[in-house]
Ligand binder design. Structure first.
Ligand SMILES: Cc1cc2nc3c(=O)[nH]c(=O)nc-3n(C[C@H](O)[C@H](O)[C@H](O)COP(=O)(O)OP(=O)(O)OC[C@H]3O[C@@H](n4cnc5c(N)ncnc54)[C@H](O)[C@@H]3O)c2cc1C
Length: 431
């Protein structure tokens, strides 16, 4: 491992953003001997962060992007059905169109989809072990939840629709098991008999509370000498081609390097250092059925409902939905509650509890690029500022891999992962 503190004063790094990506990166750099500051205006992993209310899945099987062949045919439905799983409002169409066109183009054929799979897989491999190790160091192993994540189907025809994705997972060595009949029932005894088949990705784990997990990482960071500044980063003090400080609402924070890991807030900061990245909020929702009597032994995804279902410390969390809107648009809480309908179908015996709650509802911004790959690398405008954002639907699982890559790039060592596919400059030309 490279250490920044070899004999001389260690270099200092300011991480902007205390979501899961900023936290893993901050810990990785601390471990490598840097002086690390974390700049976050709210609580690290607090309710404002996507890292708080997500589907809880850390699944190394997440190699399939969101934009897939044939999706363009569904676009009229995105516009016309306000309660569908993927919604786009007419009034935002002109603003979203350039992003949407690139998004659909990225999924235009299975060969195009496959082209990015190695880049996705490179950030996923080993994620579960990294979470386990960090949880043990932070004393939060009790927040590591059920093993595996299982897609459940009501018919073989439904499975056939997903067949190309499973074929790709097989081709890229993702370990999974098929469960039917008794083997399905023994794992999920509470699941309705309407579901006849499950395919379970094995290198995966659910977190019992992603927000608390982030808080645990932030505490570990501070215990090890990292400093947290409660401030909003507003710009960069650059002179002579060097970074001098990150400007914040509380004054400048001097540093040798900075990492932009501010989730949906990253686009604005990236522009200040020369990179215009098409980053939008793919808004998602969760509804949690509090005090739910069902405790799952694996994460679940109903193929018809497209939502992650997991047992958390406080209940049964249903998380999903895609709403393309400006981050400032008020939440539409009906979208959180749509997910209750699918939960009732999965667990009809507790329909009453599912309907009548109590519930916790939450909305968050997935920071999404049109090709579903994150933006990781040196900024175009200053060699001391690095990007680590745009992880869309899979930021929880990609955070440890992102942290290692960013640390390698800052150290100037040969990265274990090829950074080319994540370059902020890839959007300058159509791929
Ligand atoms: C409904 C839903 C379900 C999901 N399910 C999963 C899942 O099961 N598995 C998975 O891997 N991923 C999932 N995701 C995606 C995942 O949650 C995100 O990709 C990930 O949390 C992004 O992490 P982040 O650290 O980049 O951003 P965030 O968690 O949003 O953190 C960014 C932080 O930066 C701070 N910030 C913003 N601007 C500034 C600034 N100027 N200065 C300082 N700080 C700033 C914010 O306050 C925030 O705390 C889901 C997302 C949603 C919405």
């Amino acid at each position: 491992m490279e250490h920044a503190a070899q004999g001389t004063c260690p270099s200092s790094v300011a991480i902007i953003g205390g979501g899961i990506v900023g936290l893993f990166t901050a810990l990785e750099l601390l471990e490598r001997g840097y002086n690390v500051s974390l700049i976050e205006p709210d609580l690290p992993g607090g309710r404002q962060a996507a890292s708080y209310g997500n589907g809880t899945w850390v699944s190394e099987g997440a190699i399939i992007p969101i934009s897939l062949p044939g999706m363009w045919r569904a676009v009229p439905g995105f516009l016309l059905d306000p309660m569908g799983p993927f919604v786009l409002q007419w009034r935002y169409l002109p603003w979203l169109l350039p992003w949407l066109v690139r998004f659909l183009a990225a999924g235009r054929s299975w060969s195009r989809v496959e082209r990015d799979i190695p880049a996705r897989a490179a950030l996923l491999t080993g994620a579960v072990a990294r979470y386990e190790a960090c949880a043990a160091e932070a004393g939060i192993s009790q927040l590591m939840g059920a093993r595996g994540v299982m897609y459940v189907y009501r018919s073989h025809a439904d499975l056939e629709a997903d067949r190309p994705a499973w074929d790709l997972r097989s081709k890229y060595g993702i370990e999974y098991e098929v469960r039917e009949g008794e083997s399905l029932r023994s794992l999920v005894p509470d699941l309705s008999a309407e579901y006849i088949l499950g395919i379970r990705i094995l290198p995966a784990v659910s977190l019992r509370d992603p927000g608390k997990f982030c808080a645990g990482l932030a505490k570990l960071f501070e215990d090890r000498g990292g400093r947290v500044f409660k401030a909003l980063a507003t710009g960069f003090d650059l002179s002579g081609g060097k970074l001098r400080a990150v400007q914040t609402s509380q004054g400048p924070i001097a540093c040798d390097y900075a990492v932009i890991a501010a989730g949906i807030g990253s686009g604005k900061l990236a522009r200040m250092v020369g990179d215009l990245v098409p980053l939008i909020a793919e808004r998602g929702y969760h509804v949690e059925v509090l005090d739910c009597p069902i405790r799952l032994q694996t994460g679940l995804m109903p193929a018809d409902g497209k939502m992650a279902v997991s047992s958390t410390l406080t209940g049964l969390r249903l998380a999903g939905q895609v709403e393309l809107a400006k981050p400032t648009t008020p939440p539409d809480w009906r979208r959180a509650r749509i997910q209750l309908k699918h939960a009732r179908r999965m667990f009809p015996q507790i329909a009453d509890i599912i309907d009548n709650g109590p519930h916790d509802v939450w909305m968050g911004n997935r920071p999404s690029t049109p090709d579903c790959l994150p933006v990781i690398g040196r900024s175009s405008g200053c060699p001391d500022v690095f990007h680590a954002f745009g992880h869309g639907h899979t930021g929880m699982v990609m955070a440890p891999g992102t942290a290692s890559l960013v640390a390698d790039l800052i150290a100037g060592s040969t990265p274990s992962v090829d950074p080319t596919p994540y370059s902020p400059r890839r959007f300058r030309f159509s791929r």
